[in-house]
Design a protein around this ligand. Structure first.
Ligand SMILES: [Zn+2]
Length: 241
């Protein structure tokens, strides 16, 4: 399950709203990708499949439209791999007023802002993944930015014994928390889909980085929707959450 955090190279709490009635918000399913030049294979019907609950929290300033776009790409991509992302019906109503912006110069320092977020959204474990969409997850002026080309996504995993978990001090029975910045697209060619969220979900499902061309877990942007290999798919379909 390592690594537990992710640098995507090219790639809150909240004042809960005044108890709005949950409603299902339709999430579009078509990413803006020129599929004419891309492999178009879909997950064969005989592949095993599983459903994963995804609870979405919108950070300050993040619109439902921005979130819908990112979720659409992630859902399309994961559906191809046999995973159905079930968006919690509170989508659009769960907001965070706290921003997660990585700053500082070391992991203990720059992950400090996520402590409250993890505690708020990942406890107790309910099965599934928490997705927190933020305007950005990296302060360009911070010391950490000088050592990273980009940090567009970050996945916190329960039970991690590294510096991040130490900083977070979260319980081991929490659900993974995925952070993704919605401004990532500005560093990604317009013709490429922003697959940051889908990539981070791969970490939440237990995958590590890959170097395979066209692989979802390969850092960097992709011209087409990236895929999993057979071994990765087996991990995802067998794993938790
Ligand atoms: Zn990664």
């Amino acid at each position: 399950m390592k690594p537990t955090w992710a640098v995507v190279a090219l790639l809150a709490c909240a004042g809960p709203p005044a108890a709005p009635a949950p409603e299902v918000v339709a999430v579009a399913a078509t990413p803006d990708v020129d599929i004419a030049s891309c492999p178009s294979e879909l997950a064969p019907a005989e592949w095993p499949s599983r459903a994963v609950s995804v609870r979405v929290v919108l950070g300050p300033g993040v619109t439902v439209e921005q979130a819908t776009e990112r979720l659409a790409i992630a859902r399309t991509l994961w559906r191809r791999e046999g995973v159905s992302l079930q968006i919690d019906p509170r989508f659009g109503h769960t907001r965070s007023t706290a921003a997660f912006v990585a700053a500082g110069s070391d992991p203990f320092e720059w992950t400090a802002p996520i402590r409250g977020l993890v505690w708020e959204h990942a406890t107790p474990a309910r099965g599934g993944v928490v997705v927190v969409l933020m305007p950005t997850v990296l302060d360009p002026a911070s010391p950490i930015a000088r050592s990273l080309d980009a940090l567009d996504g970050y996945t916190w995993m329960p039970g991690d014994d590294g510096a991040v978990a130490h900083a977070v001090n979260a319980p081991i029975d929490a659900d993974p928390v995925v952070f993704a910045g919605v401004d990532a697209a500005r560093r990604i060619p317009a013709s490429h889909p922003d697959t940051t969220l889908a990539h981070e979900l791969g970490h939440a499902f237990g995958l590590s980085h890959s170097g395979r061309v066209g692989g979802l877990m390969t850092p960097g942007s992709q011209a087409c929707l990236p895929t999993l290999d057979a071994a990765e798919r087996a991990i995802v379909l067998a794993g938790t959450p």
